[in-house]
Design a protein. Structure first.
Length: 139
């Protein structure tokens, strides 16, 4: 981990991400198992269905903390570019898909895939940074 993260902000980010992704996997498998046992209704089912979102929301928080804690202005700028590109990427695809869906041209896709697109957009943003500025950044 020390080789990947060269400063305290990046090390803290990687630790947060490890905890959040571990929690996501455990929660998701637990909730899927809960719903596979029998049909579920009521307030407990709603809470259970929302639980996998908590660590994903935590990932957004962790990225925001990295942005705040990163002391290197160049690395912070790379991260801001990635975030802006990811947001534009996800919103563009979601908007176009939403209109196609409204006119019954494509199947419905669950809304949580918006986060998946945004995370994919972070990869696109990193690639854009690499191609235009010659650097991926550290995370």
């Amino acid at each position: 981990m020390a080789r990947l993260a060269k400063n305290p902000a990046q090390r803290a980010y990687l630790k947060r991400m490890a905890v959040l992704m571990t929690a996501y996997i455990v929660i998701l498998f637990t909730v899927v198992g809960y719903f596979n046992q029998a049909p579920r209704d009521g307030p407990l089912a709603i809470v259970a269905a929302l639980l996998p979102a908590v660590p994903v929301i935590g990932v957004f928080w962790a990225i925001g903390r990295l942005l705040i804690e990163e002391q290197d202005e160049y690395l912070r700028m790379l991260l801001v570019r990635q975030i802006v590109i990811a947001t534009g990427f996800a919103l563009t695809i979601m908007t176009a898909w939403g209109f196609l869906e409204s006119f019954d041209r494509v199947p419905h896709i669950p809304a949580f895939y918006g986060a998946v697109l945004w995370f994919a957009g972070l990869g696109v943003g990193g690639l854009v940074n690499r191609l235009t500025l010659g650097s991926w950044g550290q995370c």
